[in-house]
Design a protein around this ligand. Structure first.
Ligand code: T1G
Length: 703
């Protein structure tokens, strides 16, 4: 018997344990071992029933994602075939679910006649998050078990549910309390089945999932959801598969599901989302930090500055039960900051995302102070004051004076040199950058800026803490704007330049949102504040002075006091939540273009795409070459989770690989020539890009 499963018989029960660390992913070897064990139990006359459980306490995280796109993915026994075989064993099969049953793991449980689960176990079909659909029976068997609509909802959300939440909905036959022994609970349940002579598979509660559904259910569902799906393939395939379950008999539906699955598996979108899945797992693996790197305790946190960012940052810690002290200079600022947090929680309460008890508990974890002495015993202090180096350095001098030895001192700076901030303290090894994204209690990205002297245990501690507060921590070295904002500069520069050359802000943003970005760059600056990006440019004016057109239109809007949404006017006009074109921006662009002798012309969607995206990609490759980012996947995560780059394109660097590095290079060289002096100034291919293309590489890595 393979070491990937355990097998033993107790009286007339066969217990098959999945033992493929770390998450019992159903790769080909585990599939083969499971089939062998089930066949053995099926043919053993002593055995009256079979319990399939997770030998290491967790049931199964689904198919092995690393096999997708490879022959192993459908190597015998293919998962659909294995599960079909299990449904035909003439003895009760009981899935005993601990911790989670996700994707193919839940499909394995659905192939069993009965399911027993720990109350806190998470059950879900998250395939859509990988650009896939359930491909081993989930789209056909789940609707027959719980009904087509709840099944569809589960697949479309891709979010797991707790077993305790779905009791009585037909998915789970018995829920075992977390304090009880799960396997014993499964044994008891199974013995009752045997005693009652229960069938191998009880009849499906919804043998015809179409019953009760309006005639045009799927057509209306498609029509109402298509706009939100943008150009994502997976939701369309999930819907088609569940529709098949409502019109085809089971066997035909299962075959249709496999065909749809193979279409999804081969898609560029799924390849991109699988890249993102593994990039999220890789991001925490950083040079100089290992599983044995000691962690510092973080039981008390302080945040300096109770503005919008400070308040949002504080909420992250209160949300996970860590007490936070907010420090401000003036009582009214402190009251305003705490008031904003209370309002934010009140909105969550109204929306049913929070209970009154949870709100009270979180507010009880938040205290305010005007006195640095009150934060002296904190384990982590995060500074979130105005984005000015002298002001931040002054705060860090004070923190160096008052904070206990061993406290981690972090700055939420979004662009400034963390080493220069650390240098004003006597403990630069305890200083690190923690760049949250607005709204800080919502955005998942956390750029962790590692200073030259940041200690490994400080880095390891904040990487773990970042996960604890539900963030995706990505490590960046010190440079202007770290990973995200540094790449934003050339991307934004090109957009503003093309406005001078003849493109309208809405035209530029349309190209980017058509590609799938959550928001166009002009609208993004209006949201973040044109005054904010102006100050960033002011802080590095010397680096851009040689280009008088550099975001010139934004400088002029700033001078006119048009800061974007907050002043109801920027690149657009804002009436309530509506965004409207502002033709005065075109007039302004015409005047500036005249002054700078920039010829105006029609700009194609292709040019907008290429100039914005290729400059974004080029800068990403350059900072990878400089070692600011450890891997291209990190850069992709930053733009997906911090700047609304579509995950189904895999992030800007994965997207570059899809386009073809040679085409990106050719595009940059084309505009270098076509845009004359301006092209010469800015369209300089990253040397690493040239090296990769010269070496015939299709993937982005440091060479
Ligand atoms: N395949 C391969 N490796 C996996 C894996 C999987 N399904 N799940 C996890 N891993 C690896 C992961 O890369 C990491 O490796 C280690 O396990 C620990 O993971 C036919 C089409 C289960 C909730 O989408 O959501 O079934 O970095 O760090 O935080 O219909 O992993 O240590 O080398 O995330 O405790 C559907 C994906 C597949 C679930 C655990 N299943 N996994 O979270 O640990 S498609 C999923 C997760 C499918 C069928 C279809 C999480 C987790 P390493 P981790 P964690």
């Amino acid at each position: 018997m393979s070491h990937l499963v355990t097998y033993h018989v107790e009286d007339n029960l066969a217990l098959i344990g999945l033992a493929s660390k770390p998450v019992n992913a159903l790769g080909q070897p585990l599939r083969a071992a499971l089939l062998e064990a089930c066949e053995r139990a099926a043919s053993d006359p002593v055995v009256k029933a079979i319990i399939v459980h997770g030998d290491n306490g967790l049931f199964c995280a689904g198919a092995d994602i690393s096999e997708f796109g490879l022959p192993a993915s459908f190597a015998a026994p293919a998962l659909p075939d294995l599960l079909l075989r299990l449904t035909r064993i003439d003895k009760p099969l009981i899935a005993c679910i601990g911790r989670f049953a996700l994707g193919g793991g839940l499909e394995l449980a659905l192939a069993c006649g009965y399911r027993v689960s720990a109350a806190s176990a998470r059950l879900g079909l998250p395939e859509i998050n990988l650009g896939l659909l359930p491909g081993a029976g989930g789209t056909q068997r789940l609707p027959r078990l719980i009904g087509a609509e709840p099944a569809l909802e589960m697949m479309m959300s891709g979010q797991p549910v707790r077993a305790s939440q779905v009791m009585g909905q037909g998915l789970i036959d018995r829920v075992i309390g977390d304090g009880e022994c799960l396997l014993d609970g499964a044994r008891d349940f199974t013995r009752t089945l045997i005693a009652e002579g229960a069938p191998a598979r009880p009849a499906d509660p919804h043998p015809d999932p179409a019953v009760g559904l309006p005639e045009d259910f799927f057509a209306r569902y498609r029509a109402s959801h298509e706009p939100r799906w943008k150009n994502r393939l997976a939701p369309r395939l999930v819907l088609a598969a569940v529709e098949s379950a409502c019109v085809l008999p089971l066997d035909a539906g299962l075959q249709r599901e496999v065909a749809l699955f193979k279409e999804a598996e081969a898609s560029l979108q799924s390849r991109a989302l699988r890249h993102v899945f593994f990039a999220e797992r890789e991001a925490g693996k950083v040079a100089g930090v290992s599983a044995s790197t000691p962690l510092r305790p973080v039981n008390k946190v302080a945040v300096i500055g109770a503005g919008t960012m400070g308040g949002g940052i504080a909420m992250n810690f209160a949300n996970v039960g860590i007490p936070v002290t907010l420090l401000e200079l003036k009582p009214e600022a402190l009251e305003r900051g705490l008031g904003q947090i209370r309002n934010s929680y009140a909105i969550s309460l109204q929306r049913g995302k929070l209970t009154q008890a949870e709100l009270d508990q979180r507010m009880a974890l938040l205290t305010g102070t005007l006195d640095y002495a009150d934060i002296a015993e904190c384990d982590l202090v995060i500074e979130a004051v105005f984005e000015s180096l002298p002001i931040k350095q002054q705060v860090f001098r004070t923190l160096d004076e008052v904070c206990k030895p061993g406290a981690i001192l972090a700055s939420n700076t979004s662009t400034l040199d963390v080493d220069l901030i650390a240098a004003v303290t006597r403990r630069p090894q305890d200083v690190i950058g923690l760049h949250f994204f607005s709204p800080a209690n919502v955005m998942r990205l956390l750029e962790v800026v590692r200073g030259k002297l940041t200690a490994p245990d400080v880095l390891a501690t904040v990487l773990k803490l970042g996960k604890t507060i539900g963030k995706i921590p990505v490590v960046s070295g010190v440079c202007f704007g770290f990973i995200g904002n540094r790449m934003l500069e050339p991307y934004s520069r090109e957009a503003h330049r093309m406005v001078l050359e003849g493109a309208a802000p809405a035209q530029i943003d349309q190209v980017l949102t058509d590609l799938g970005l959550a928001m166009g760059v002009m609208a993004m600056h209006d949201l973040a504040g044109i005054d904010v990006s102006f100050l960033v440019r002011e802080s590095r004016r010397d680096a851009i002075a040689h280009d008088p057109s550099y975001c010139r239109i934004a400088d002029e809007l700033n001078a006119l006091g048009r800061f974007g949404q907050k002043t109801k006017r920027g690149a657009y006009i804002y009436e309530g939540r509506e965004r409207k074109d502002d033709f005065e921006v075109i007039t302004l662009a015409e005047r500036i273009a005249g002054e700078l002798d920039i010829p105006r012309r029609p700009i194609s969607a292709e040019e907008i795409h290429d100039r914005c995206l290729f400059m974004l990609i080029n800068e990403g490759i350059q900072l990878l070459d400089e070692g600011i980012a450890e891997r291209s996947g990190d850069i992709d995560l930053v733009w997906i989770n911090g700047y609304g780059f579509p995950a189904w394109l895999g992030g800007p660097l994965h997207y570059a690989e899809q386009i073809g590095l040679d085409k990106v290079l050719a595009g940059i060289l084309h505009y270098r020539k076509a845009l004359g002096e301006y092209g010469e100034m800015w369209f300089q291919p990253a040397p690493l890009l040239e090296r990769l293309v010269a070496a015939g590489k299709t993937g982005i890595e440091r060479i």
